[in-house]
Design a protein around this ligand. Sequence first.
Ligand SMILES: NC(=O)c1ccc[n+]([C@@H]2O[C@H](COP(=O)([O-])OP(=O)(O)OC[C@H]3O[C@@H](n4cnc5c(N)ncnc54)[C@H](OP(=O)(O)O)[C@@H]3O)[C@@H](O)[C@H]2O)c1
Length: 273
Amino acid sequence: MYDFSGKVAVVTGASKGIGFGISEMFARNGAKVYLVARTEETLKAAEQKIRAAGGKAHSFTADITNFDQIKKVIDQIYINEGAIDIFVNNAGTYKAVTFDSSPDEIKHMVALDMLAPLLISHYLIQKAKALPDATLQLLTVASQAALKTLPNGLGYGTAKKGLASGLFEFEQQLLEENIQNVKLYRVYPGTVGTEDVMKLVHQGVLQNPTSLESVIDTVHDLLAGRTPTRDAYVGFVPGEGIKRVYYDFDVRKFSMLQEHSTVIVDKEFDLKK
Ligand SMILES: NC(=O)c1ccc[n+]([C@@H]2O[C@H](COP(=O)([O-])OP(=O)(O)OC[C@H]3O[C@@H](n4cnc5c(N)ncnc54)[C@H](OP(=O)(O)O)[C@@H]3O)[C@@H](O)[C@H]2O)c1
């Protein structure tokens, strides 16, 4: 396991599921972890669980869709620690909200799964640019729905695709400005066997979950620099098992649409001289 000692890590959506698993992994390997979620009771219970196992944990309640709230938390951690080494954009939904859902549900999902992590990332990048000697590793938990179209994906998939696209816009900006101290990572899990998801698997609503541990291990390996690229899918593929795919798209190669394009240069509409 990689030694995260001395690192300050922040995880959104850290009170349960994937976010809690990632937080535990950081603490087990020496990092000081700041847990963020909305509900104080479950958040404190998660913090206590990590402390009881000997880890260093603190928590802040915030709704990430309220930018002022999460900005205050980030600012406070900068005041406490001087810098953030690792930030994990994890809070989001696993439920398939579609365009047949109510407009309020759709707006909430877009706010939570796309807009909030992009605003947070933008803010963190600005903070990190002001501290060029400190490195920020910014990892976002997207979804397989960002990579392909899925049944019921219309809505959730749209938000996650927008999220991944926005992060690549940031990659482009970092490249153009030659910013070396910010590294972006994306993980695209298939269905993950968290406690809540396993209830749905047992009811037959969801199928083929990958283990929570496989996702946490992928996050570990990405941040430890042990992967060929900074973009990883992890999921259970029937007939094959739990599989990781590392995508070879750095921003200069990345495009969701261009790979199989047909290019036509149309002279007919050239501007008349
Ligand atoms: N589970 C899957 O199958 C799966 C598959 C692919 C991708 N993902 C992605 O993985 C991430 C985590 O999913 P999960 O299944 O672990 O979720 P989960 O078990 O439902 O946990 C969600 C966590 O986020 C917090 N949260 C929710 N809304 C929030 C908000 N507005 N502000 C701050 N915290 C908030 C929750 O606590 P509070 O409610 O107290 O705030 C909780 O700690 C999501 O981005 C999801 O899209 C999940």
